[in-house]
Structures are given as structure tokens and as C-alpha cells.
Design a protein. Structure first.
Length: 500
């Protein structure tokens, strides 16, 4: 099969991932005379090193033996660590070019990513969307496993994607024997809004607070006895948030792509909702571990992170949340470098007022009340509490009250109001109120006076006052008011249960 003048050096474009960024990596394959060997160099991890064996077996399955020569694979730049099995395909293609089986000009406009199995099939890999965006920047097409063709197409409207199910199919394509079918343009699909707010009966306060939280992009802490409906409310927050912009969709989807969580061909089009259990480890929550994977805070990027039973989370986890809450990113230290992932999420938490959960309920509270409540809530540090915009108590309804209460407004109705209020914020200051500086907010004089009095009486910290103004601004935006009124400040003050 080999040509008469096989080139001895081949170059195939691929990528390594740093955070969600696809960093260009060139895979160089050189075949030279010498003792038969097959070496991969260029700061490759174990999975990359093992590509040799997979590629050798895959080629053998196609009836191709590696030449009995010295084969050197170099991944450049050499000082960038490379991990994962996605270098299999560029290495295999590089070999096929260097062996003179695929003409090098045919493949020059493509980057490649994918894992090969021993029978030559291409297996899905993480990060295809990121690679597609990287390829688009280089003005190249992308070769990827068949199952991920649509995911790659989302990277750019004009990107040329070659999605193949096997090395054999790629070989036939580049030799002009059997052209691969083009990947169809991705189709829109019905977004998933999650559970509907109409299921929540009564609970005016809970619903109101949830709407304010959604409208201003605020953080929220709900305290209440078991069964009060806290988890129920929290899970309905994403459904009343505005749609993601295209940019937000791509950003969030890239994080899910790197984590291997992107459902085939489906972009994340609605704000994600992540609710890790309180037993979650620090790397699971914040990111990191052996592979420096994004954590829950990053998977919740542009969406909602809900921590149920907040005091049960380890102190280390709670403290580690402060960085992303402040900066919207997390940096994960690795052996030789840092990986930074986006992590701008809406922070929602719930807790019982004490360990048994029934503080204030004379019949059910345990004999240690109220001391146990102080102990329980003190696990959440002052600085942490100070970062939460709205803090409210959720009172349970009795089963009779629930059965008698009429159906509430549905999520769609509330979402429309939320979107209107968000639009006002974006027009005014280019971001939601939760991120804005209160200097942008016009206040009526009486509102200012009330805020000053309250700050004094409640000994609000500077951060506390900023948060008060932000929440009041959102309440005014929901009402369509130009400046913040006295009643907006008053309502915002009522959502500041327990000052730190
Ligand atoms: N206002 C309500 N309308 C309809 N159903 C309700 C309401 N409040 C509670 N429920 C019912 O009670 C169940 C328990 O609520 P939920 O799990 O949200 O409580 P919780 O406050 O999170 O409790 P816990 O502290 O034990 O986690 C819900 O699944 C729902 O079926
Ligand atoms: Mg709950």
C-alpha cells in the first residue's frame, strides 16, 4: 500500500486542555532508519504513552504493520503537559501520513482528536467542543469520533467536521475511496425547564424570595424545619431564570464537555442546576483531583449551585467556596501548574434551624434547644453568611393548608417577569444587580434615610449594606420603578434574617 517516496515526517494538529481552553499541540511523527522502536516524547502522561499500544493494535486490525524502523512521536510544545487518550487519533493519522498511506496535503487543514480502540474504532473523548472552538480559531476543520460530530459542529457555524467511526473510514476518506458523510447542522430542541413552580402551593414568601433571587441573580439561604419545602423551591429556581446567551451556552457546555458530561449533540441551553450532597469531597466540589477536573462550582457556571443542609458541609468546602463566590473563577493547583475554570454561579443554600430541625416547635424540638441551634448555625462562618444576599425563614404549611391552597403561578409566567427585570438591569449597568456596584442605583431620599438608620441599628457591614442596596434595586426593578423606594429597602431588610 505504501507510496514510492514515503515522507518520513508528518505533522498533525491536535490540542491539550488548560482549563476549558484548547491549547494547540502539534503531533510530529518521524520514521527513520535505525533499530525498530516506537517512542512518544513531549511531557506525555501515562494515557498518552499507552497510545502506542492502542495505535499499533488498531493498525494491525486494518492489516497494517508498523514499519520495522525507528518511530518517534513528538508532542510540541514540549513544556506543556499532555494528558488523556485523545492523542490516539492524531498519532495514528501522523503514522499513516509518515508511512505514505495518506497523502499529507489531504489532511493539512484538519486538527484531530479521539481515542482508538484495538479494533480501529474511534471512541468518544472529553473536550470535543473545546477542540472545535480551538480548531475554528486556527481556521481548521476537526476530525473527531462519529458520536461527537454534532458536538463539534456547535463550535462554529462554518466548521468542517469529519466525524468517523473508525480509522479505516478516515483512511478511505483521505485516500478518496469513500468520502465521509458531512455532519448535519445541529438542530434546536425543546429546552428542559425542570420542575414547575405551579406545584408549590401557597408559600407566598418563598415564591417571592425565589423570584427576587432569580431576577437579580442573587444568592439565597433558606432556613426551615424538615419538609418545609426548601429543596422543592430551590429546584425550581433554574426554571424561572432567563435563557442563556449563546456565549454563556458555549462556556457552560465547554465545562461539561471537558468533564465528559455533555449529552451527545446537546449543548447546555438552560442554566444548569447542581446540587452536590454534603458528603462531597473538596475536589468534587471545587475541582481538582488527579485529573484536575472541573468541580461542581464550575459545572454550575451560569446556573445554580444548591447546597442543601449547608452546615453539614465540611468547613474546608465552605471556606473554599469563597474564592469562586468572589471572583467567578476557581484556580486548582496541580503539580506543575494551575488550571483555572470559570465558576460564576448563583449560590442557593438550605438548612434546618438546628440539628433536629424543629427549633421553635414546642412539641417536637429536642431538649437541647436553643443551645443546639447556636452550635449548629455557627458552623457557617460570618464571612460566608455575609456573602449571602437574601436570608429567609421558610415556614412549613400543614397538609391541610397544602391541600386547600390553590395552584400557584407557573414557572413560565414568573420567568417572563424575571426576564423583564433582568433586561432593565442589563440596560442600566450591563450586568445583573447581584454583581453591580450600588453607585449605579438611584435612591429616593426616604429610602436612603431608612437604609442609613437600619445600617446603624443592625450594625451592617459594608458588604452587608452593598447587598441590601442590590436586593432593594432588584425589588424596584420587578416593580418597574426608576429609583429605589423606601418600601424596596424595607422589604430587602426583611430578608436579612440573622446578621453575621
Ligand atoms: N407548599 C407546598 N406545596 C406543595 N407541596 C409541598 C409544599 N411544602 C412541602 N411540600 C411537600 O413536602 C415535600 C418535602 O419538601 P422538601 O423536600 O422541599 O422539604 P425541605 O424543606 O427541603 O425539607 P428537609 O429539611 O427535610 O430537606 C415536598 O416534596 C412536597 O411534596
Ligand atoms: Mg431538603
Amino acid at each position: 500500500m505504501s507510496g514510492t517516496h514515503p515522507p518520513s515526517l508528518a505533522r498533525i494538529q491536535s490540542f491539550a486542555f488548560s482549563g476549558i481552553e484548547a491549547v494547540p499541540v502539534t503531533v510530529e511523527v518521524q520514521i527513520s532508519s535505525g533499530l525498530p522502536s516506537f517512542l512518544v516524547v513531549g511531557m506525555a502522561d501515562k494515557a498518552v504513552g499507552e497510545a502506542r499500544e492502542r495505535v499499533r493494535a488498531a493498525l494491525a486490525s486494518m492489516g497494517l504493520a508498523l514499519p520495522a524502523k525507528r518511530i518517534l512521536v513528538n508532542l510540541t510544545p514540549a513544556d506543556l503537559p499532555k494528558e488523556g487518550a485523545h492523542f490516539d487519533v492524531p498519532i495514528a493519522l501522523g503514522l499513516l501520513v509518515a508511512m505514505g498511506i495518506i497523502p499529507s496535503e489531504s489532511i493539512i487543514d484538519y486538527a484531530a482528536i479521539g481515542e482508538v480502540s484495538l479494533d480501529g474504532k474511534l471512541n468518544p473523548v472529553n473536550g470535543v467542543l473545546c477542540a472545535a472552538l480551538g480548531a475554528a480559531i486556527l481556521e481548521m476543520g476537526l476530525i473527531c469520533p462519529k458520536a461527537q460530530g454534532i458536538e463539534a459542529r456547535w463550535g462554529h457555524p462554518d466548521i468542517d467536521v469529519l466525524a468517523a467511526d473508525s480509522l479505516l473510514a478516515l483512511l478511505a476518506h483521505f485516500r478518496g475511496e469513500q468520502v465521509l458523510a458531512p455532519v448535519p447542522e445541529p438542530q434546536g430542541y425543546e429546552p428542559d425547564y425542570g420542575p414547575d413552580l405551579a406545584d408549590v402551593k401557597g408559600m407566598e414568601l418563598g415564591r417571592r424570595v425565589l423570584e427576587i433571587t432569580a431576577a437579580g441573580g442573587h444568592s439565597l439561604l433558606m432556613s426551615g424545619p424538615p419538609g418545609a419545602g426548601k429543596s422543592m423551591l430551590a429546584s425550581r429556581l433554574p426554571g424561572i431564570l432567563p435563557d442563556l446567551t449563546r456565549e454563556e451556552m458555549l462556556e457552560t457546555s465547554q465545562i461539561h464537555s471537558i468533564s465528559g458530561l455533555l449529552e451527545a449533540g446537546r449543548l447546555i441551553v438552560r442554566p444548569p442546576y447542581r446540587a452536590p450532597h454534603h458528603s462531597a469531597s473538596l475536589p468534587a466540589l471545587i475541582g481538582g483531583g488527579a485529573k484536575a477536573r472541573p468541580g461542581e462550582v464550575s459545572l454550575a457556571h451560569n446556573g445554580v449551585l444548591f447546597l442543601d443542609e449547608l452546615p453539614e458541609f465540611s468547613r474546608a468546602c465552605l471556606e473554599a467556596l469563597r474564592q469562586p463566590l468572589e471572583t467567578g473563577t476557581v484556580s486548582i493547583a496541580r503539580a506543575a501548574r494551575h488550571a483555572t475554570y470559570p465558576a460564576r454561579f448563583q449560590f442557593i443554600a438550605a438548612m434546618n434551624p438546628c440539628r433536629c430541625g424543629y427549633l421553635g416547635d414546642n412539641e417536637r424540638a429536642c431538649h437541647k434547644a436553643p443551645r443546639c441551634a447556636t452550635e449548629y448555625t455557627s458552623r457557617i462562618s460570618g464571612p460566608m453568611l455575609d456573602r449571602i444576599d437574601l436570608r429567609v425563614e421558610i415556614k412549613p404549611l400543614s397538609p391541610i393548608e397544602i391541600s386547600r391552597a390553590p395552584k400557584g403561578e407557573n414557572s413560565e409566567t414568573v420567568r417572563k417577569r424575571v426576564c423583564k427585570a433582568r433586561d432593565r438591569q442589563l440596560k442600566r449597568q450591563g450586568m445583573c444587580n447581584a454583581l453591580a456596584s450600588p453607585e449605579n442605583f438611584a435612591l429616593e431620599e426616604e429610602a436612603q434615610t431608612l437604609a442609613e438608620q437600619a445600617a446603624e441599628r443592625m450594625r451592617l457591614s459594608n458588604r452587608g449594606i452593598t447587598r441590601l442596596f442590590r436586593v432593594a434595586r432588584t425589588i424596584a426593578d420587578l416593580a418597574g420603578a426608576e429609583s429605589v423606594r423606601r418600601q424596596d429597602i424595607a422589604e430587602a431588610l426583611s430578608y436579612r434574617l440573622r446578621e453575621p
